[in-house]
Design a protein around this ligand. Structure first.
Ligand code: NAD
Length: 360
């Protein structure tokens, strides 16, 4: 298997955590005789300092020419006074738009060992394993007309979807459900919004091509409660952009640490993979960042860009085992720490690779 990965590590803890993800991917490549290559380019604050723009042309060209992009994180307090499109985060939005991925996959899971890190009760969250599929290019964030008219004192946005936009993201969600527990929940607000009625009709139509998947519909307000009350009941959840933004952040509390969460954006020219967290300037350079979200993001590269499902599961299992064996980064060090060992970023990465090596 040949895979050309562009690594845009970015700012803050980005380089620290992506280094561990790349080391794991290299180990998988070596063990399986795969030909993975890694090219590094700048994005975000480091690119502003060196190239005068958050997304240099050679980074964008390399991204489009790659098989997968692994992004660390961008952002830093020193750039906060810049205009939005000139800031590090502008580079992120530009690369996402250029690659054109429309389906944002955000797994939400609970590790037994980390239930203490969640404000929710263990008996509610234990065993949670949800894959959110958030539509990323449509809805209220992009719909026109949009305006804040300061003279008239009126502001508005437009939540708009075409049937094709719904159908393509629904297909991704059904396909994922087929490989999982064969349940899909589509979230909308069809009791109030016409755009949601279109959404519901389009998803229901796609369901005819996936008779092995059980489809249910939920209203977004009810879903916000169900996720907190009975998260285990859900397998794949598909929803539009704004609802997905809110529900995925809400679900993040189930896992208990931002540092654990991976994401992938697929369906465009090239898939874009990033841990969910930001550049964490408060802990950057201290060697204490949690690399597990980035390593689990590497597992998503194996699954969705390399087609190496078995290897993806091996990485996910190694992460689980590290936690079972009592190893934690500082962000996970809560509650009773008896018998637990707190590790640095690099030590945690090395521990994952050690357990992975034992599983080949
Ligand atoms: P953040 O995710 O960077 O940090 C929030 C909190 O979580 C901090 O206390 C941080 O120390 C902690 N944290 C995050 N990731 C961690 C990890 N891997 N290990 C241990 N602790 C971790 O969010 P923020 O503080 O709101 O934003 C900081 C900067 O990052 C801002 O400039 C923001 O715009 C940017 N940002 C970038 C992305 C991205 O690149 N995708 C996403 C969110 C925020």
């Amino acid at each position: 298997m040949k895979l050309n990965v562009l690594v845009t590590a970015g700012d803050g803890i980005g380089p620290e955590v992506t280094a561990e993800a790349v080391a794991v991917l290299k180990q998988i490549a070596q063990a399986g005789g795969h030909d993975f290559s890694f090219t590094e380019k700048r994005i975000g604050g480091i690119a502003i300092v060196n190239d005068g723009t958050p997304l240099p042309k050679d980074t964008l060209d390399a991204a489009v020419a790659s098989d997968a992009v692994l992004l660390g994180a961008v952002g830093g307090n020193e750039f906060n006074s810049l205009a939005p499109d000139k800031r590090p985060e502008g580079g992120l939005l530009q690369i996402r738009a250029a690659l054109g991925g429309f389906a944002n996959l955000r797994p939400c899971f609970s590790f037994k060992e980390l239930t203490v890190n969640s404000p929710l009760r263990p008996e509610i969250i234990e065993g949670t394993d949800i894959m959110f599929v958030r539509e990323l290019l449509g809805g209220a964030y992009f719909g026109k007309p949009r305006e804040w008219n300061k003279e008239t004192g009126v502001g508005y946005n437009t939540m708009v979807y075409t049937k094709d936009e719904v159908t393509r993201v629904a297909r991704v969600a059904f396909q994922l459900a087929q490989k999982r527990r064969k349940k899909l929940c589509s979230v909308d607000k069809a009791n109030v919004l016409e755009v949601s009625q279109l959404w519901r009709a389009a998803v229901t139509e796609v369901a005819k091509d996936f008779p092995d998947v059980t489809l249910e519909h939920q209203y977004v307000d009810a879903m916000a409660m169900h996720i907190m009350n009975r998260p285990r009941d859900f397998d794949v959840v598909v929803t539009e952009n704004l609802f997905g933004d809110i529900l995925t952040d809400e679900s993040g509390v189930i896992t208990g640490s931002l540092g654990m969460l991976p994401s992938a954006t697929i369906g465009g020219k090239v898939n874009l993979y990033e841990p969910v967290h930001g550049s964490a300037p408060d802990i950057a350079g201290k060697g204490i960042a949690n690399p597990l979200g980035a390593i689990l993001t590497g597992a998503l590269i194996l699954r969705h860009s390399a087609g190496l499902e078995k290897e993806a599961v091996l990485v996910e299992t190694a992460v689980k085992k590290v936690l079972e064996d009592g190893f934690r980064t500082k962000d996970l060090a809560r509650g009773n720490m008896d018998g637990l060992t707190v590790m640095s970023t690099t030590e945690m990465g090395a521990k994952v690779r050690e357990l992975l090596a034992a599983s080949f």
